[in-house]
Design a protein around this ligand. Structure first.
Ligand code: FPP
Length: 253
């Protein structure tokens, strides 16, 4: 779609003031299913539709990165059946969606401890990443077996070993050094973080990267999330003033 058509489809969005990166904590699948008297996995399956809504809108508008918290390092503590179902849902979904990702020019990426995933999930993920690697419109990043504290700890270990083997001195360690050792190296920090389900928590997601991120907590469950909710978040974001520690007057100057 041409930009002029996109603008008429989404007249309230300023295309020249879009965020480059939107991160989403997809919460409330279990509660959504419970309200309907269904098992939790029914909620996760319906969550996939919402993933499609979010990813499609990001690609339509040309938002460069969208990161979804799909499975945290803490989620292994869930009932074994639910974990297994989530892992096979990921395999199915990635397999089914590769063609759609290619049709929409979306590249798949992952952050997290990918080596700690079950073989089939890791293989499906790596295949999805390989088959979409030349797409340029938008990048869909799945956070899998991910947590912010895990990621920062890993960065500290890598930096410490650099100091030990003499490739780095302590004085050379800057914020950029830390950023370069995170899984998100070369990806801009998110301007927006959305969490559904009405909970007001970060839950160990992108801890370093969200220092100045605008937070949006939506009172709906993840399977209910549509493009319209995303559009409303973008409208709200475009009306907020981001000061990064400065005063309003300094920003005007
Ligand atoms: C949180 O809801 C949801 C998850 C931990 C899993 C999200 C996974 C999907 C939507 C499917 C993954 C598919 C792709 C391709 C990314 P919850 O179970 O914590 O809900 P609750 O808080 O109501 O229990």
């Amino acid at each position: 779609m041409k930009d002029i058509d996109i603008q008429s489809k989404y007249p309230t969005i300023r295309l020249d003031a879009l965020p480059k990166h939107v991160a989403i904590i997809m919460d409330g699948n279990g509660r959504w299913a419970k309200k309907r008297g269904k098992p939790r996995v029914f909620g996760h399956k319906n969550g996939v539709k919402a993933v499609r809504e979010a990813t499609e809108l990001a690609a339509e508008l040309g938002i460069e990165y969208i990161t979804l918290y799909a499975f945290s390092t803490e989620n292994w503590q869930r009932p074994r059946l639910e974990v297994n179902m989530l892992m096979s849902l990921l395999v199915d979904t990635i397999g089914k969606e590769i063609a759609t990702l290619n049709d929409n020019n979306i590249r798949l990426k992952a952050i997290g401890d990918i080596n700690g995933l079950p073989d089939k999930t890791r293989e499906a993920l790596l295949e999805g990443i390989e088959k979409t690697k030349n797409n340029t419109r938008s990048t869909l990043i799945l956070a899998l077996n991910y947590s912010g504290k895990w990621e920062i700890t890993r960065a500290v270990r890598q930096i410490a070993s650099g100091v030990l083997d003499g490739t780095l001195t302590i004085d050379q360690i800057s914020q950029d050094t830390i950023g370069a050792h995170l899984n998100t190296q070369n990806i801009p920090d998110p301007e927006i973080l959305i969490r559904t389900s009405g909970e007001h928590r970060i839950s160990n997601f992108l801890l370093w990267q969200i220092a100045y991120t605008e937070l949006f907590f939506l009172p709906i469950y993840w399977p209910e999330f549509t493009k319209q909710h995303f559009v409303e978040v973008l409208e709200d974001y475009q009306n907020r003033e981001r000061r990064f520690g400065k005063t309003s007057e300094q920003l005007e100057g």
